[in-house]
Design a protein around this ligand. Structure first.
Ligand code: PRT
Ligand code: ZN
Length: 284
């Protein structure tokens, strides 16, 4: 038996989805230009689809699992289960109005026309805020709608914000934060679950490694206690004597979010020759 995975055929999710598989040691280099291919070294079949179709394929169990943006999953509202957050393709679904508009709060939207490719999420947002507005569903180039008189506001995905800027718009409300997620259908049997667990074990090791750095530094023995106290490590830091009398080499793992603060503190505590190395996989 093989697990069937749906990923985007081309677009913003494609490369990172492929990279994740590669980092998990799964080789699908034999057929990326086809609609379907098989991994050579893992019981996995991969379907290449439009991202919008992935939730339906997974709900219907045509694909067992899929990689897709939260925005698409929640807009389509299919009956699927979220297995894991994958951390890439981060963006937000936001409402934007003309830069010159005087926007104070959501009341601004009362009676207005909003252009979007996300009618369902926009409707939910408006209902929650008790706003009556007209939703115009369009499938692309949403950001030009106000400029050509089609709408008064838009709701679209934003990452850097430059598309809004170049179209004379400003972001006023965020209705959803999104990233790529792994979804599965609800009819898993035990063999499918076993294969998913095997894949998840690898995905989590890759994610964990990406969030951590391996740090090596030299410390005078007199300062060792203080420096070790700053380092969490997986269990506790490794300490090895240096050839030079009175010095030790300390090895540890630091997480990305505390990284710069810790490096400063380590330097201040007397650490020298600090080396920082990326970690490829991390299993704890
Ligand atoms: O062909 P297919 O249907 O598969 O692809 P698609 O064209 O529908 O989707 P694609 O490849 O553009 O995006 C796939 C997924 O990437 C989305 O569903 C999101 O989950 C995620 N993602 C992350 C984004 C963005 N960031 C993003 N910035 N999707 C789209 N954008 C667009 C946005 O619509 C706007 O036009 O980029 C523009 C804004 O970007 P900034 O940087 O100017 O703010
Ligand atoms: Zn799409």
């Amino acid at each position: 038996m093989k697990l069937k995975l749906a990923i985007q055929k081309s677009g913003r999710l494609h490369e990172d989805s492929m990279k994740l598989l590669q980092e998990c040691g799964i080789d699908i280099s034999n057929g990326v230009n086809k609609l379907k291919t098989e991994a050579v070294n893992f019981p996995l079949e991969v379907f290449f689809l439009r991202d919008d179709d992935i939730p339906q394929y997974v709900e219907d169990a045509v694909a067992d699992i899929g990689i897709v943006g939260e925005n698409v999953v929640y807009e389509k509202n299919k009956s699927v289960e979220v297995v894991d957050m994958l951390g890439f393709a981060r963006c937000r679904l936001s409402l934007a109005v003309a830069r010159g508009d005087h926007y104070e709060d959501v009341q601004f939207l009362e009676g207005k026309r909003i252009a979007t490719s996300y009618p369902s999420l926009v409707r939910q947002f408006l209902e929650k805020n008790h706003i009556n507005a007209e939703i115009h569903e369009i499938s692309g180039s949403v950001e030009i709608a106000p400029g050509i008189g089609l709408s008064d506001a838009i709701c679209d995905l934003v990452s850097s914000g430059s598309t809004l800027l170049t179209n004379g718009l400003k972001e006023v409300e965020t209705i959803l934060q999104s990233q790529a997620i792994l979804i599965r259908h609800r009819k898993f049997n035990s063999e499918q679950q076993r294969l998913l667990d095997k894949l998840l074990f690898r995905i989590r090791a890759v994610k964990k490694a990406g969030n951590n750095k391996y740090v090596l530094l030299n410390a005078p023995n007199a300062k060792l206690k203080e420096i070790i106290g700053l380092l969490p490590g997986m269990k506790s830091p490794t300490v090895l004597p240096l050839a030079e009398e009175g010095w030790s080499s300390v090895h540890s793992v630091l997480s990305e979010d505390e990284f710069w603060d810790k490096i400063e503190q380590l330097k201040a505590a007397g650490a020298q020759g600090i080396l920082v190395v990326p970690i490829e996989k991390m299993v704890i």
